[in-house]
Design a protein around this ligand. Structure first.
Ligand SMILES: Cc1cc2nc3c(=O)[nH]c(=O)nc-3n(C[C@H](O)[C@H](O)[C@H](O)COP(=O)(O)OP(=O)(O)OC[C@H]3O[C@@H](n4cnc5c(N)ncnc54)[C@H](O)[C@@H]3O)c2cc1C
Length: 438
């Protein structure tokens, strides 16, 4: 994919974390957590608070996976609507699953408050906006289903959308007041500090390379050290490598990319997202955008596979900004960055029991700020002895995809196809607008 090495807005603005050591000795712990994004850190924090002795290993700097690179949109729910989830999993289990995913944003904002995490948290809601008349149908059903469960979700007409976004581009949409925004890397670092205060030992630049079983224990080796432990959490998601090869083959790592404009001039800032909501729209290759605390407009969408310089790959992002906000024509761009999203064939996150004492949580399909944080608590509860049936989330076997080695090509082809569909729809819309039939 396009290089991910350019500095992101988030790494330029998050308060630094005290440098973490690499693991250079043989240590013992009760639990080893592999991967220090939201999943791993949330699991470690909850295990540490429950009195477990926990070691966390990350191959990179903390937050160099998706957790420090994402859009920071705290989005309630999964891709499927609540009625669909209940139908998929059946009465009681389905209802519990819906309750679990619905509680994600509360968990995030509660952790931020409880641990005093300074991460620009704003809970002003998430907007899902219709790019066509037809897209209003599914959005309306979503609103009714969440309202039936008492959630603060409402339909918005085009005028209300225009007022909340400063864009005339949309046909209406929904506001889900449970959602909001965070500075994603600051949230990672805040979780890391909270975990450290709970006694968790964190190591960066310490990729787990081997896993062995001996004398009733697991031993995880890194290049220069090892951890011996009874329990293990795999929290490597889209950044899963050969170390967790069967898990790596349960998902496709798809590039997603963002750009941030220069801070908007004050007069435009008053009309563009004046109340600070975050937005996703309904294109097949959806666009997601928000402001940060300094007034940068951050625009995200699918990235490109292959070694393409980010500024070239950003062409489509610049165009998205121009289409949604013609008043920003000529604005300059301060940051470009990218990361990998973990997509699963069933579009659902997965919680696996990989082997006795080893659990894994991954596959958030682009909605991991709330869900990965929640997954971390589920993994912790399971390792603390809670019954799988009581977690409120299905525990499923690991099902590696057949022909996974071709999945990257399949994903690249699918992205091209969906991009073409969107282009066609945009062309048809421009035509209708010109003829005044909109
Ligand atoms: C560009 C982009 C935008 C996104 N926007 C949003 C958004 O706005 N809202 C939203 O809800 N979600 C969004 N997402 C998705 C969200 O970021 C992820 O779902 C979430 O961060 C996953 O967290 P995680 O902890 O499971 O994985 P990660 O944060 O990716 O962490 C996995 C970690 O595992 C480590 N690792 C891998 N292998 C090993 C090994 N062998 N040994 C040690 N460590 C290892 C990696 O170094 C990495 O740090 C976005 C993702 C991207 C890429």
């Amino acid at each position: 994919m396009a290089s991910t090495s350019e500095e992101s807005l988030w790494s330029a603005t998050a308060a630094p974390l005290a440098p973490l050591p690499a693991l250079r000795e043989a240590v013992r712990a009760q639990v080893a957590v592999i991967g220090a994004g939201y999943t791993g850190l949330s699991a470690a924090l909850h295990l540490g608070q429950a009195g477990r002795d926990v070691v966390v290993l990350d191959a990179l700097e903390l937050g160099d996976g998706a957790s420090g690179r994402n859009g920071g949109q705290v989005i309630p729910g999964l891709k499927y609507d609540p009625d669909t989830l209940e139908a998929m999993y059946g009465g009681d289990q389905g209802a519990k699953l819906v309750a679990t995913v619905a509680a994600g944003p509360d968990l995030v904002f509660d952790l931020i408050r409880k641990h005093g995490i300074a991460c620009e948290a704003v809970r002003s809601g998430w907007l899902q906006l219709a790019t066509s008349e037809r897209a209003l149908g599914p959005i309306g059903r979503r609103v009714r289903q969440w309202q039936a469960r008492g959630a603060a979700v409402e339909m918005l007409n085009p005028a209300e959308v225009a007022r909340l976004t400063g864009s005339q581009r949309y046909y209406g949409g929904l506001i889900d007041r449970r959602g909001g925004t965070v500075q994603p890397l600051a949230y990672v670092r805040g979780l890391a500090r909270a975990a450290q205060r709970a006694g968790v030992r964190l190591f960066a630049h310490s990729a787990a390379t081997h896993l062995e079983r001996s004398a009733g224990e697991w031993r995880i080796r890194t290049r220069d050290g090892s951890v011996s432990c009874r329990q293990v959490v795999f929290a490597t998601n889209a950044y899963s490598d050969k170390f967790v090869e069967p898990l790596q083959r349960t998902l496709v790592a798809v590039p997603s990319m963002q750009v941030a404009t220069a801070p908007l001039p004050a007069e435009l800032r008053r009309s563009i997202l004046p109340e600070g909501q975050s937005v996703s729209d309904t294109w097949h290759l959806l666009r997601y955008f928000r402001l940060d605390s300094q007034g940068h407009l951050i625009m995200g969408s699918r990235g490109v596979f292959g070694d393409v310089p980010l500024v070239h790959a950003a062409r489509l992002h610049y165009r998205a900004v121009r289409e949604i906000y013609p008043q920003l024509a000529g604005i300059s761009y301060d940051y470009h960055w990218a990361g990998f999203v973990a997509m699963t064939p069933d579009h659902l996150p997965h919680l696996h029991e990989v082997a006795p004492g080893i659990v894994a949580g991954l596959g958030y399909n682009g909605r991991g700020v709330a869900m990965a944080t929640m997954m971390g608590t589920l993994l912790a509860r399971r390792l603390l002895g809670e019954n799988a049936e009581d977690l409120g989330f299905p525990v499923t076997p690991v099902r590696p995809m057949r022909l996974h080695r071709f999945s990257r090509f399949g994903a690249a082809a699918a992205i091209q196809y969906l991009r073409a569909l969107d282009e066609l729809a945009r062309f048809a819309e421009r035509f209708r607008r010109r003829k005044g039939t909109m």
